[in-house]
Design a protein around this ligand. Structure first.
Ligand SMILES: Nc1ncnc2c1ncn2[C@@H]1O[C@H](COP(=O)(O)OP(=O)(O)O)[C@@H](O)[C@H]1O
Ligand SMILES: [Mg+2]
Length: 371
């Protein structure tokens, strides 16, 4: 398995903004990276460029140190040694499961005996041994996706690209298939780039997640870091629950960060920036209790099993908190905000109420996110 790297990779389809805008990133050999972002942000375009289905407008792609594409070179898709799994399984309908999985080896001229052994191994890895003789029409969606996976890994690709492979499956099957992908990655140690617009899937599966927006990578980090230390308003709003609220630096520093003014209170925040513009307030950062310095009103309560998820109106902002006891809409609560993450967003994405362009409610500051 090989390291996959893109440098200043750009793709323009027309005169408008670039579908992919000078993206640089490296997937380590054997790493599982998820590419997460809203529809139209350029995920599939990035995958198609890496696969060799599109030519870059600018920039470079390397695999295991070999240039796959740059200004002067372009390696054909079939010569890149990259396996691809799509959400539409693209199986051959007239071939059995074993026939589908053997096909990439036939194309590459692998002798029959070696072929049989490798097909058996790929079927075993994906839990398909018993279904080897079935035709695609006789399989469930999850089984078909496993055939697509087996067909991809049978030729031992240097890297695997997966484009929303679970998007066509129902919720319960998706959860089961996530386990299949995770096991598959542990057993093969494959370099994997996995595209999804589902943050839960990305956070659950990946070693690191690249969060994309409008053709750019906003942050590329481990899931827990994206959640605890988002780089900007977009990532803070797109990944995980909570609120993004504007903050005013007070100039006072603490060992963990600094003191900021949020919702009219001076609060000790975690931070790297000296002049943060916003805080990300996760449910874990809110402590409910009448001794808290802030007052809020419950606007919604949902039972999650074991705890309640409350939405609170606090000084006009909607915060999300977890509570052990049920609370009712309209009820007044006291709360404190403890060690939220403060960051400096050079270009906050503001909603129309803030005088900026409206690009969708989920990205606005000061609104409930993923409520
Ligand atoms: N073949 C194409 N021709 C013109 N525009 C395209 C083409 N493919 C993608 N785009 C545009 O590029 C942007 C990124 O698309 P895509 O990579 O498919 O996004 P995602 O997979 O994140 O949903 C979109 O604005 C899309 O309309
Ligand atoms: Mg796509």
């Amino acid at each position: 398995m090989a390291e996959l790297s893109v440098t200043d990779l750009t793709k323009r389809f027309d005169a408008g903004p670039a579908a992919l805008d000078a993206v640089s990133a490296t997937v380590q050999a054997g790493e599982f990276v998820a590419l997460l972002g809203p529809s139209g942000c350029g995920k599939t375009t990035l995958l198609r460029l890496i696969a060799g289905f599109e030519r870059p407008s600018a920039g470079r792609i390397t695999l295991g140190g070999d240039v796959m594409a740059d200004a002067t070179r372009f390696v054909a898709p079939e010569d890149r040694g990259i396996g691809i799994v799509f959400q539409s399984y693209a199986l051959w309908p007239h071939m059995s499961v074993a026939g589908n999985v053997a096909y990439p080896l036939e194309v590459r001229g692998v002798p029959r005996a070696a072929r049989a052994a490798r097909v058996a191994e790929a079927l075993a890895l994906t839990g398909l041994t018993e279904l080897a003789g079935r035709m695609p029409a006789q399989l469930s969606g999850g089984q078909r996706q496993r055939v697509a996976l087996a067909r991809c890994l049978v030729f031992e690709p240097r890297a695997m690209l997966l484009d929303e492979p679970l998007a066509n499956l129902d919720l319960s099957l998706r959860a089961a298939m996530q386990d299949v992908f995770a096991q598959f990655h542990r057993r093969t140690g494959a370099t994997m780039l996995y595209v999804t617009h589902d943050q839960a899937e990305a956070l659950a599966l990946a070693d690191r997640v690249a969060v994309m927006e409008r053709g750019r990578i906003r942050q590329f980090a481990a899931p827990e870091l994206l959640y605890r230390e988002p780089a900007d308003c977009f990532v803070a709003g797109f990944v995980g629950e909570g609120a993004v609220v504007s903050a005013r630096p007070t100039g006072a520093a603490t060992p963990e960060g600094c003191i900021v003014e949020v919702l009219g209170q001076r609060i000790a925040a975690r931070a790297r920036s000296r002049s943060p513009s916003h805080v990300s307030i996760r449910p874990e950062d809110i402590r409910l209790g009448d001794d808290g310095p802030l007052r809020g009103q419950v606007t919604g309560a949902t039972y999650l099993g074991g705890r309640f998820r409350l939405t609170l109106d606090v000084a006009g902002e909607t915060l999300v908190a977890f509570a052990a006891q049920r609370a009712h809409p309209g009820e007044a609560v006291g709360l404190s905000i403890e060690a939220p993450w403060a960051f400096e967003d050079p270009q906050p994405v503001l909603g129309p109420d803030f005088g900026g362009p409206d690009i969708g409610g989920a990205h606005r500051t000061g609104r409930a996110l993923r409520a």
